[in-house]
Design a protein around this ligand. Structure first.
Ligand code: MLT
Length: 377
């Protein structure tokens, strides 16, 4: 029961509890009771962080200079390494001092960006289904999320032309995310260019969340938003080292893009946190120096048979029967001890689907399939 002192703010009342926080607690409870849960819900790579990265952190820990307050905008070397990675990977030139901002994971930047650019009542265009933080970040800033449905028949791409003019006129921010979570869809050539043109026409900041850009298969190379003509004038892109380098627990990512948007996000962040632990920044430097072949070898391990996505480590599958994704996920967890993510956790547009994260050892994925088959009878 809430007392006057602990009563939730009206703002928080509009934001549901974070799905994965609840799911993790539920799985922990079941494991505490001795249930052997096969966890295929959160996208948390089961492979260890590469040893060179860990070694760099261990050695950095012994230097007391790395244990003091970090700098707000990140180490100059790290910003330069991030810009260098962009040059090598995408052929995009960035000014490390004004167009790159290291983050405490991309979620940090995604949640805080609306505080920098959205006023109460402004519209934020969000993909549905989509990563829940696009919506909760908008709500925390007093914005109005406007869902853009991602439908299978459109390759899970939003129809920007279907956004009503009156809504586009009130929009300050538009979120895209390719390779896509949860659907595993990729953006076809020209799609991001068209999004840049749409945002330029309507004066909207285009935010592209790209944490899965390096998790691709069969020769597919995901593009960066910043490769699109004019993107630096209207866009900001988020990356995470979490999925690319098996570093989910380290909390390090980056925002890159137009200098104004980067400065505004940096202003919010310097008021709410004190930067990334310098030891982690030094480990991130080691990660960004990794040869690209190391990633290719890791992606080969994630290969699966059917249906085979071109990117991400997710499968997005229709829920059998009546399509109630929450009931289906609960049944899988309670009767088969397999945790998956119900599509509804990504918004109403996700209903009728469930997401399987393949970030578990092969034998656990096999075991989960066996249990699901047994349940289906
Ligand atoms: C996911 O599994 O979709 C996300 O990576 C989880 C998260 O960021 O909380």
């Amino acid at each position: 029961m809430s007392t006057a002192r602990s009563r939730a703010a009206t703002r928080l009342g509009r934001i549901p509890p974070y799905f994965f926080a609840e799911m993790r607690a539920r799985v922990a409870r079941l494991r505490g009771e001795g249930v052997d849960v096969a966890g295929l819900d959160v996208g948390d790579p089961d492979l260890p962080t590469p040893p060179e990265i860990v070694a760099r952190a261990v050695s950095a820990l012994h230097d007391p200079r790395n244990l003091r307050y970090p700098s707000y905008g990140g180490l100059a070397e790290l910003r330069a390494a991030m810009a260098g990675w962009y040059r090598r990977r995408f052929g995009v030139e960035l000014d490390p001092d004004t167009q790159v901002l290291p983050l405490l994971g991309s979620k940090d930047g995604i949640a805080h960006l609306p505080l920098a650019v959205v006023d109460p009542g402004d519209v934020v265009l969000v993909p549905d289904p989509g990563y829940a933080v696009y919506t909760s970040g908008a709500l925390m800033a007093g914005g109005e999320p406007h869902p853009m449905r991602l439908r299978p028949e459109r390759g899970f791409l939003p129809d920007l032309g279907a956004v009503p003019d009156a809504v586009a006129a009130r929009a300050r921010l538009l979120w895209l995310n390719y390779p896509n979570n949860p659907t595993a869809a990729v953006a076809p050539p020209g799609f991001l260019d068209a999004a840049v043109a749409f945002c330029a026409e309507h004066g909207i900041l285009l935010a592209h969340d790209a944490p899965y850009s390096e998790i691709t298969f069969d020769g597919y190379r995901a593009p960066s938003l910043l490769q699109s003509p004019g993107a630096l004038e209207v866009g900001i892109e988020f990356h995470s080292l979490s999925k690319t380098y098996n570093m989910t627990g380290w909390r390090v990512g980056m925002a890159v893009g137009g200098a104004e948007a980067i400065a505004l996000l940096g202003q919010v962040k310097s008021n709410v946190d004190s930067g990334i632990f310098t030891v982690v920044q030094r480990a991130a430097l080691a990660a960004l120096e990794e040869p690209a072949e190391a990633l290719t070898a890791r992606n080969a391990l994630l290969g699966i048979d059917v249906p085979r996505p071109r990117a991400t480590f997710y499968l997005w599958a229709p829920v059998p029967g009546d399509g109630d994704s929450r009931a289906f996920a609960t049944r899988l967890l309670e009767d088969a001890a397999v945790s998956v993510t119900p599509g509804i956790a990504f918004g109403p547009g996700g209903e009728g689907f469930f997401r399987v994260s393949l970030t578990a050892p092969d034998d656990r994925i096999d075991e989960a399939c066996r249990r699901i088959r047994a349940l289906a009878g």
